[in-house]
Design a protein around this ligand. Structure first.
Ligand SMILES: Nc1nc2c(c(=O)[nH]1)N[C@H]1C(S)=C(S)[C@@H](COP(=O)(O)O)O[C@H]1N2
Ligand SMILES: [Mo]
Length: 375
């Protein structure tokens, strides 16, 4: 059962979200609240693997240790004073976004399409902090540690994921203390979280207290088995996967999300159909978006905003105006293709046991009225 104190924190901060039934606090954003270039904090989804930690106190410190020459301990003021403060606009998307769309059901929270948002993150570069500590030659991976605890299973950390060293040192990877220009809220990881654009949300550790440099891939909570991993070879949906090897998800697939019209839309006969939404990729931005009002039989190119310079990880608006569809039910779709030519699947992404990375094309069903005076 959801903890009632956590539920009331959520309700006060984020009234419009759809709360999932789970022991931990998990809530997604309805599409009607995702129609903005920057998702307001009040509408941003929340994904917790365990219990919310206590709010930070003056005692909070970040430790940097492991394969470093000079282990460091920094409070927030030191972090802000000792390193350049930078801003990155980036999409944060849970690897389970779209999971409910798999035909063969999978474990995990049945997220619809609202486990995603785009925000401006302010922080210091993880690279600058790691360089100050002096990364040793054998370093391979960083491990993220936080105080939030599991609510089920063996007692211990709720999650401890990490990043390959190259991503930890990439200029877009931050230790962030602000979201959309305001201090991080507790629900989003106050006082400090990882921002790892292009990686699944699970790599964006909240409530960070320790950044450990390791000489091998991290093996913390939710790094092993099928957790946030995809099979290296295609699997039969719903069938046992035996000893198939699984690899850590390091990139999110391209996706277009229609934010207008919404499901259940109604058009009068002859009315044009205006469609808009956002498209994004993980490390490979979208190159084009096409829309269809006939369930995928024919496609029309949408206008796609070219991401402003230096905004490779932000989502981009797309818009199209289609001629009035024939009266009756309309199946509206948008399909993005990334800059490597990879398009969203029309059905769903390759099945995997935990239901990750389903970027299957969204279908928005509406209606064009047939009779006079309708609409
Ligand atoms: N400490 C901690 N960090 C965490 C998590 C968590 O449960 N605990 N969940 C991760 C997952 S799976 C996602 S998708 C994102 C969600 O970030 P948000 O709640 O700010 O939207 O946080 C990540 N960071
Ligand atoms: Mo996630």
């Amino acid at each position: 059962m959801l903890n009632l104190a956590e539920r009331s924190v959520l309700d006060a901060a984020k009234p419009g979200l759809v709360v999932h039934s789970d022991a931990a606090l998990n809530a997604e954003t309805p599409l009607r609240l995702l129609d903005a270039a920057l998702t307001p904090v009040a509408a941003f989804f929340v994904r917790n693997n365990g219990a919310l930690p206590a709010p930070p106190t003056g005692e909070w410190r970040l430790a940097i240790d492991g394969e470093v020459e000079r282990p460091l301990t920094l409070d927030l003021a030191e972090l802000q004073a000792q390193f350049p403060v930078v801003r990155v606009t980036a999409v944060l998307e849970c690897a389970g976004n779209g999971r409910a769309g798999f035909r063969a059901p999978t474990d995990g929270l049945q997220w619809s399409l609202g486990a995603v948002g785009c925000a401006e993150w302010t922080g210091v570069r993880m690279a600058d902090v790691l360089r100050a500590a002096g990364v040793r030659p054998g370093a391979q991976y960083v491990a993220h540690h936080s105080p939030d605890l599991a609510t089920q299973g063996p007692p211990g950390p709720a999650i401890s994921r990490g990043l390959p060293l190259a991503k930890a040192l990439a200029p877009e990877t931050l230790l962030a203390f602000e979201m959309n220009g305001a201090p991080l809220t507790l629900l989003h990881g106050a006082p400090l979280r990882v921002v790892a654009p292009g990686f699944p949300g699970s790599a964006w550790q909240k409530w960070l207290t320790r950044l450990e440099v390791r000489d091998r891939e991290h093996d913390g909570m939710k790094m092993n088995g099928t957790d946030y991993r995809l099979p290296r070879v295609p699997l039969e949906p719903g069938k046992p996967w035996g000893d198939t090897p699984f690899d850590v998800i390091t990139d999110m697939p391209v996706r277009a999300m229609i934010t207008s019209p919404l499901a259940g839309f109604a058009l009068g006969p002859g009315d044009p159909l205006a469609v808009r939404g956002f498209a994004w990729g993980g490390h490979v931005p979208p190159a084009r978006v096409e829309v269809s009002a006939d369930g995928g039989a024919s496609w029309t190119a949408a206008e796609l905003e070219s991401g402003p310079e230096g905004m490779a990880f932000a989502w981009r608006r797309f818009a199209a105006e289609l001629p009035s569809p024939a009266p009756g039910q309309v199946q509206l779709m948008a399909r993005a293709t990334d800059q490597l030519g990879r398009s969203q699947p029309l059905d769903s992404a390759p099945w995997n046991p935990r239901g990750y990375c389903n970027n299957g094309v969204q279908v928005v069903v509406g209606e064009v009225g047939g009779g006079r005076g309708e609409g």
